[in-house]
Design a protein around this ligand. Structure first.
Ligand SMILES: [Zn+2]
Length: 209
C-alpha cells in the first residue's frame, strides 16, 4: 500500500478547531479550512444549519461561499471540519453520504474524552457503481442510521463478504455502501463512499524573536 501524504496543520489551526468543538458541545460544530493542497492556513467557523445538531452537521452556504474568495487569492477550501461531541473521530455513514467535496479533506474532532480531543483527517470519495442493492440488502447487515438512510460499512482490516468480491476489483476498503429509501421502502438513491485516512502533521508556530 502506498503511503498517504500527511495533512499539514499549524498548531493554531488545530487549537482553533478543538476550541470551537468544545464551545459547541453537546452540538456538533463545523467550519472550513483555508489552505493550499494539504497545507492548512486558517480555520473559519461556520454555522451548523442541520436540523438535528446533536447528531449531524451541515455547513451554512455563506461560509461555503468563502471558498471562492479563497480561490481569488490563490488559496483553496482545503478542508471541511466538524465535531463529534460523544463519538469517535471517524466518518459516520451520514458523513459519507454528505461528503460532497471529494477534493477536500474532512477533519473530524472527537470530544468523546473531553480532556483528550482527537483530530483525524480523511478523504471521502463517492462512487456511483451499478450494484444489485436488493440482493446486497438481503445478504449484508445494513443498518438504518437515520430515517430512510441505510448503511453497510466494510472495514479495511477485516475480510469482505464474498458477495462484495466484484466491488473489491473497483475500490479498496474501508468504504460505506449507503442507500436511501422512500416512504414505501423502495431504494431511490445509493452510492459507495470510500474513505482514506491521512496522517496529520502538526506544525509548530514559528517563534518570532
Ligand atoms: Zn460526523
Amino acid at each position: 500500500m502506498n503511503a498517504v501524504e500527511a495533512v499539514k496543520l499549524p498548531e493554531k489551526v488545530m487549537k482553533a478547531i478543538v476550541a470551537h468543538a468544545r464551545e459547541g458541545k453537546p452540538e456538533e460544530v463545523c467550519g472550513i479550512v483555508r489552505g493550499r493542497r494539504l497545507t492548512a492556513f486558517e480555520a473559519v467557523r461556520g454555522q451548523n444549519i442541520a436540523n438535528d445538531r446533536i447528531e449531524n452537521y451541515e455547513v451554512d452556504p455563506q461560509t461555503l461561499l468563502l471558498q471562492f474568495a479563497f480561490e481569488d487569492a490563490g488559496d483553496e477550501m482545503m478542508a471541511i471540519y466538524h465535531s463529534h461531541p460523544v463519538s469517535v473521530a471517524y466518518p459516520s455513514a451520514t458523513d459519507a453520504w454528505n461528503a460532497h467535496y471529494p477534493e477536500c479533506i474532512y477533519l473530524i474532532c472527537s470530544l468523546e474524552f473531553d480532556d483528550a480531543p482527537v483530530l483525524r483527517a480523511f478523504r471521502m470519495t463517492p462512487h456511483w457503481i451499478d450494484l444489485d442493492l436488493a440482493q446486497l440488502r438481503r445478504e449484508l447487515p445494513f443498518r438504518e442510521v437515520r430515517p430512510n438512510l441505510h448503511a453497510y460499512f466494510q472495514p479495511g482490516d477485516r475480510p469482505a463478504p464474498a458477495i462484495l468480491a466484484p466491488l473489491l476489483d473497483l475500490i479498496t476498503p474501508p468504504f460505506y455502501i449507503d442507500f436511501y429509501t422512500d416512504a414505501a421502502g423502495e431504494i431511490v438513491d445509493s452510492r459507495v463512499v470510500s474513505i482514506v485516512e491521512h496522517p496529520i502533521e502538526v506544525i509548530q508556530e514559528e517563534v518570532i524573536s
